[in-house]
Design a binder for this molecule. Structure first.
Ligand SMILES: [Fe+2]
Length: 259
């Protein structure tokens, strides 16, 4: 079977596995299961919202100071190889900022949202972000630029439906996605204090490798994720067995961590 291979695709693998289970044990309910996720699908008319100067200079400085107070042993290292970054999840000061932006994000997204997870991403000179679709827990992603050595464009496709079946990816799937003419990638450039709101689960997005030239190369970004109000239970695959009353879904290996 061809499971998707990109970052954050475990949710889609769980979705496919759940559809397989339902096809076996309750085929008449497959349509209901698929359409239960419509709240997480993004309107095709949405376009990334570039928000220059969303954070004023004093707030940017406050966030930089907060970053300096984070003990190094809080840094998660597991994405150094794949992304060239240290990350810190749900730091309380950033969670407060995330909550303070709910009404504005709701306006920009065109629907009422609620906060989901957030993380600080400290990219090093090894920084890169391969093309991916996030899990629906990142339906709305507010990407805030806090500091950087240079402009580092992010590229977005238009809104696309997430693949309903396991995708048949070539070996060079990264390049195949970036060069696929159907995706109409557009770029956004951020400077400190700027942000962009996009639909992480319904827009392919990537950043090419940061330049490796002389000097220090880095980019500090804050990612705040939001989901439609009321969707926080549905986004966790671990809840599906109970939500749909189909206990066999709960037996899918790895289902408890797909989020
Ligand atoms: Fe993403």
């Amino acid at each position: 079977m061809n499971e998707p291979k990109w970052y954050d695709s475990a949710w889609l693998s769980a979705y496919y596995a759940a559809k397989d289970v339902i096809t076996q044990v309750a085929p008449a309910r497959l349509d209901e299961f698929v359409h239960s996720f419509d709240i997480l699908r993004t309107s095709a008319s949405f376009e990334p919202r570039h928000l220059p100067g969303l954070l004023d200079a004093s707030l940017v400085e406050q966030i930089r100071n907060a970053i300096r107070t984070i003990p190094k042993d809080m840094y998660e290292l597991h994405e150094m190889k794949s992304f060239g970054r240290f990350i810190v999840h749900d730091w309380p000061e950033f969670t407060r900022l995330q909550h303070s932006l709910v009404d504005r994000v709701s306006d920009w997204a065109g629907e009422q949202v609620e906060p989901c997870y957030n993380f600080l991403s400290l990219y090093t000179k090894l920084g890169v972000c391969e093309p991916h679709l996030d899990a629906p827990s990142a339906k709305w992603t507010l990407d805030l630029c806090i500091d950087q050595s240079e402009i580092w464009p992010i590229h977005f496709s238009q809104i696309v439906a997430w693949p309903e079946e396991r995708p048949n990816l070539p070996d060079d799937w990264r390049e195949a996605i970036k060069t696929n003419k159907a995706f109409q990638f557009k770029s956004v450039e951020l400077t400190p204090g700027d942000a962009v709101l996009f639909s992480g689960s319904s827009q392919w997005h990537y950043r090419d490798a940061l330049s490796h030239g002389a000097g220090k190369h880095f980019c500090d970004l804050l990612f705040l994720h939001y989901v439609p109000a009321g969707a926080s239970k549905l986004i966790r695959a671990a809840n599906w067995a109970e939500l749909f009353g189909i206990p066999e879904i709960g037996e899918i290996p790895g289902i408890e961590s797909a989020y």
